[in-house]
Design a protein around this ligand. Sequence first.
Ligand code: FAD
Length: 531
Amino acid sequence: MSTSPTIAIVGSGPIGSAYARLLLESLPTARVVMLEAGPQLTAIAGESVRNIPDPEEKERARELSQGPQAGSFRESLGIPSSTVVEGMFTARGGTHLLDFGGKGSAHATSFPAAAASTNVGGMGAHWTCATPSPSFSERVAFICDAEWDDLMAEASRLLHVQNAAFADSAVGDAIRSLLAEEFGDELPDGYGPSTLPVSGDPQPDGSMRWAGADVVLGPLIDPESPLSERFELRELSLVRRVNHAGDRVTGLTVEDLRSHEIYTIDADLVVVAGDAFRSPQLLWASGIRPRALGHYLTEHPVVISTVALDEDSMRRFATEEQLDEELERRSANPADPVAAVNRIPFSEPDHPFSLQVMYAENPPFQLDPEHPAAGNRWGYVNMGYGMRKRPRYEDALTFDDGEPDYRGFPNMTIEYALTESEQAEIANATEHLRRAGAALGTFVAEPRLLPNGSSLHYQGTMRMGDADDGTSVADPFSRVWGYENLVVGGNALIPTATTMNPTLMSVAIAVRGARKAAEQLSALQVAEASN
Ligand code: FAD
């Protein structure tokens, strides 16, 4: 190793960005090269597209992230970009389905909504920015509570987490009061209705500048900061292989997607932070194939609904004047429809799911003007429960060396099924959602279970464990078993059944991994200097 270690990072989402930031902050001579397969969408690398005020520009940024289903590529598959036909699966804006049905598409019949984003900032340029913390059995048992709290605090700093976002909204407060009346007695202290922590920076006009990988990278993309001199982000650079010899990785093979030139980067440390599908696929393509790779896939089954808030109920806790103030504040920022965000977190034993309640002036779909709740002055909530999926070896992503996907990687097949106990938990959560809806108003969209893969929170496919016993891919510090300088990152590391949005937890796990990697690289430098 030279006196200036080179760190190569695959993927520019929040997790790759956390590694870049923490490693450069703790290693004064290190250099980071970050490789991202997708394009940069915004002038500030990795910024949330939700901050783009112009709707057309916002739409274009989303389309640029949609890989094989965007624009001309999509048309080449025989699907005009503007056409949505009945029964056709479409991905959320800014994402693309893995199983898009064309040549080279993945096979995901049992997990049809599986999706990814391909752009600088990854899904973190499109996310809703909800950042709750794991609790009870959602946490990883071999990390003690005191350390979790420290990791979570550092992850919150990196993601600019606000624990009391929109807390001054009287409408939001009324929603919490109604939910507390309905559920309060059944929930443990500290786990009742509360504001949902979100990642962003409140602005003086009451709006939010939503956070993306940009805030995690922070000084690395600030030309005034000396750290930026040691950081390089290469967009449209597809990592094709992690190179290795014995128990060490030596670097990466990269394709420049503009020129199609293939080149290698030598590295002292490689961090693979693609996502829960493409990171395991890259490891597999590189011949790094721990038994658990791609297995133990989990997500959150999601039941959602929309409710028109009931005027009489709301007026018990908020006045007409407060509603007027709220509407006036919101009209100042029409580009961003989210106002108050509330939740009831996961708790054990009686509330093993988490409820997210987003207040908005309009429903997310066109409501028939004749509907009695159309134009509801008090507005609507979009709310849903996230539930647990227990990790099982057979819920898996497998790869076929004989069938290349559209990028030439071993194609993926996803096999996934919900068990009876999971179905029972879904039924229980749906009942809770009906109660929450009745407490707040009238359903304008009845509770419905979304297709598998809809959560966009894919976990477990590179899970961490405390023993190299074939049930995990990475050690407690996120290093792939058997490789001392290969680190993996992302939601794929989460080994537990969780119900909350996972990014904060994954950044916390990355903080632990980055601290250990920095310690390891420093020790190597000292050892080599003394030789
Ligand atoms: P990603 O953000 O997916 O980034 C991975 C990057 O790696 C991608 O840009 C990809 O192009 C790149 N890559 C992959 N393979 C290669 C390769 N071989 N070579 C080069 N580059 C490669 N989470 C929450 O916690 N809260 C939320 O409220 C929330 N809401 C969401 C809403 C939406 C619409 C979406 C899309 C996601 C949401 N998520 C949410 C999920 C959240 O965005 C992800 O958890 C988070 O972005 C994961 O970060 P990551 O860095 O691991 O991966």
